[in-house]
Design a protein around this ligand. Structure first.
Ligand SMILES: *[C@@H]1O[C@H](CO)[C@@H](O)[C@H](O)[C@H]1NC(C)=O
Ligand SMILES: *[C@@H]1O[C@H](CO)[C@@H](O)[C@H](O)[C@H]1NC(C)=O
Ligand SMILES: *[C@@H]1O[C@H](CO)[C@@H](O)[C@H](O)[C@H]1NC(C)=O
Length: 260
């Protein structure tokens, strides 16, 4: 059994409507919030090693506090030779439970790839190598919560999730494969930047319509292409969608699932 022992990724966070950027420097963007002695920063590269183990490598964009907004990419480990799964999730105002799981069309431990979030007022896209794997359209008009007013920062982490991530917790971490390492190659953020002291009001500074290129209407052709790609992904790589999980949401599906 082999867990995610070595993983590489290019993190590109683009086109975000609102994001907190404390510095333009990669080293400063990536700050160890725990175990700083396990983080190695070399120029534009960062390596995170853990002497215990991992079931999950995560990269997320999130605001702070219990009512946070959050967008997640999570890479779930597996038995040697079995496919890694990418789980995406989305929290709005503190509520998540919006998991989707996909296989990838490549082995994510073999090479760097680009994982990105596109976030504007109309929709959120999760992209892998510029191919959208998931879309969360803004349906606020129909009463669906949408992250719009909270600033988000970028975080990366590596942790042991063998109680749930690895084939639903059946496969346990093999500690003899440690240390586990995650390597980020680069990070790009194109966003409306707020001052780190929290003095800016995100809605006042970043909320004006048509202020940024990511808010401009997309050409029809791009939209069509995106729909085709999303369908290709859904037909070939989707393995779990919370909107289909009737057994789990016995009290009723989340609102956006009823709006398709
Ligand atoms: C853990 O990995 C080691 C080294 O590859 C291997 O010898 C051992 O059998 C593995 N243990 C389990 C429980 O799979
Ligand atoms: C967010 O959730 C809190 C309760 O946790 C609620 O009081 C507040 O109105 C919610 N905000 C929005 C924008 O829905
Ligand atoms: C692990 O491999 C099994 C068997 O191929 C597969 O069914 C599963 O989706 C993979 N991923 C996870 C996270 O369990």
């Amino acid at each position: 059994m082999k867990m995610l022992s070595y993983w590489k990724a290019i993190l590109t966070v683009i086109n975000c409507g609102i994001i907190v950027v404390h510095a333009a420097d990669f080293d400063d963007l990536f700050q160890a919030s725990w175990a700083p002695d396990h983080i190695v920063v070399q120029g534009a590269q960062i390596a995170l090693s853990l002497d215990s183990s991992t079931g999950c490598v995560c990269m997320q964009m999130a605001s702070e506090g219990p009512n946070r907004d959050e967008l997640d990419f999570e890479f779930l480990g597996n038995v040697s030779g079995e496919p890694y799964v990418v789980q995406t999730n989305l929290y709005v105002n503190g509520t998540g439970n919006r998991e989707q799981r996909h296989y990838l069309w490549f082995d994510p431990t073999k090479d760097f790839h680009t994982y990105s979030f596109f976030w504007n007022k109309r929709a959120i896209l999760f992209l892998v190598d510029d191919i959208p794997i998931r879309e969360f359209p803004n349906k606020e008009k129909k009463g669906v919560a949408y992250p719009r007013s909270q600033a988000m920062g970028v975080h990366g982490s590596l942790w042991n999730a063998d109680d749930w991530a690895t084939q639903g917790g059946r496969v346990k971490t093999n500690w003899s494969h440690s240390p586990f390492v995650v390597e980020f190659q680069s990070l790009e953020i194109d966003a409306c930047q707020l001052s780190p002291d929290g003095a800016d009001d995100p809605v006042v500074k970043c909320g004006k319509s048509g202020q940024f290129w990511w808010d401009k209407p997309v050409v029809k052709e791009v939209n069509k292409q995106r729909k085709r790609q999303l369908k290709w992904i859904r037909d070939n790589f989707l393995i779990y969608d919370y909107c289909q999980d009737v057994a789990r949401f016995t009290e009723g599906m989340l609102r956006e699932c009823l709006q398709r």
